[in-house]
Design a protein around this ligand. Structure first.
Ligand code: SF4
Length: 202
């Protein structure tokens, strides 16, 4: 599949947009470097089933998964990784929801910007369930339950987990260190954790 050529200026414009919208860092990586693993995607409904499994159009089994992701990768030369840093005390508090919403908003906005400048097949991925983040007050995801358009299409993007994206590898490819504090270590409130998203340009 032919890759659309993207200029350095276009890449800079998009990465600047990531930061302007509130992320701490953005990095341009080769899309080929993204590692997608079937066993990671299977974790959503493995030995432990994620409480969000099946609840939204953007989580398994309602997303295309690793097989389709690898096909999209073939048509993409570059991707943009996005990182938001946050104190561990926030990561494991009620404030986390606002950070995850921001992550979705950033990747969705940059995806739309990429589409505007001609990369019409670009796709954004975030983390966490959009049901929990944007439709918590709704009984059901209307896409799944009624085949209606998403209520928050301008923000809600699929979680990287459902595609089996290796997020630790993504962080390494982006040149970022990956210390991630467990919630067993909440006493270290100054420790910095992070959440990440991705825009695949195509
Ligand atoms: S309608 Fe709500 S739960 Fe369904 S995909 Fe959109 S944001 Fe997610």
């Amino acid at each position: 599949m032919a890759n659309k050529l993207i200029s350095k200026q276009q890449l800079e414009l998009l990465t600047q947009e990531v930061k302007r919208l509130g992320a701490n860092a953005s990095a341009i990586i080769s899309s080929k470097e993204i590692q997608v693993k079937d066993n990671l995607a299977a974790l959503c409904n493995g030995e432990y089933t994620c409480p969000n499994y099946g609840l939204a159009a953007s989580c398994p089994p309602n997303v295309e998964g690793p097989v389709e992701f690898r096909k999209w990768q073939e048509g993409s030369e570059y991707s943009i990784a996005v990182k938001i840093e946050l104190p561990t005390s926030v990561m494991f508090s009620d404030e986390r929801k606002g950070v995850m919403q921001l992550l979705h908003q950033i990747v969705a906005a940059v995806e739309q910007k990429a589409i505007e400048i001609g990369f019409r097949k670009s796709k954004a991925f975030a983390g966490g369930s959009c049901k929990e983040l944007f439709c918590d007050d709704q009984e059901k995801c209307c896409v799944v339950a009624e085949n209606k358009p998403c209520r928050h299409i301008e923000f809600a993007r699929p979680s990287m987990s459902g595609f089996g994206i290796d997020v630790i590898q993504l962080m390494k490819s982006s040149g970022w260190s990956t210390p991630k504090v467990q919630n067993t270590n909440l006493s270290n409130e100054d420790a910095i954790s992070w959440v990440a998203g991705l825009i695949m340009l195509a």
